[in-house]
Unconditional design. Structure first.
Length: 175
């Protein structure tokens, strides 16, 4: 395995594609006017779920192909997590651009929808205000972004660990 290929370009390319897919899905949901509806959230969730599995598989397969069919578990995890982290960073940047330029009133709209939903659920005004205050501490902040990035990195790790365990093939295993 002296002539191993670098995984950097595979991670960057697939991470870019992963981020673009998530951004395009978000833009389509917004263009359809579903960005504040549960259906829009379900659509975005489904696309994230499929993408967080598909892009690490694509990246690991490309690495294996370029590396003579070989890939260790650690290499696979590194590729998968790298792809998810790059794509998530792109979507965080997009979210800031979206809330700054495309839909500056987005968080106000989310607050109104949340307030109505909590009121319909029977919460008191104090409970609703406490929930809205907690929600606003994380929306569009560095802390919220960091928590989101860490969560997605963790999910990316779990998914990548499983995929890498299935796809791994080392030279030692072939002898």
């Amino acid at each position: 395995m002296e002539n191993q290929v670098s995984s950097k370009s595979i991670i960057l390319n697939n991470g870019l594609y992963y981020g673009i897919v998530l951004i395009l899905a978000s833009l389509v949901v917004y263009a359809l006017g579903m960005h504040l509806e549960p259906t829009g959230g379900y659509i975005n969730f489904a696309i994230i779920a499929v993408s967080i599995i598909a892009f690490p598989i694509i990246g690991m397969s490309a690495f294996q192909k370029a590396n003579g069919g070989f890939m260790s578990w650690g290499q696979g995890v590194k590729i998968g997590v790298g792809i998810v982290v790059i794509g998530t960073l792109l979507t965080v940047i997009y979210q800031h651009l979206f809330t700054a330029f495309i839909e500056p009133e987005f968080y106000t709209q989310v607050e109104e929808v949340t307030r109505k939903g909590l009121y319909d659920a029977g919460l008191t005004e104090d409970q609703i205000n406490a929930q809205i205050e907690m929600q606003s501490k994380f929306q569009g902040t560095i802390v919220g972004d960091a928590i989101g990035l860490l969560f997605m990195a963790f999910v990316g790790f779990v998914v990548s660990a499983i995929i890498a365990a299935v796809k791994k093939k080392t030279e030692e295993e072939t002898y």
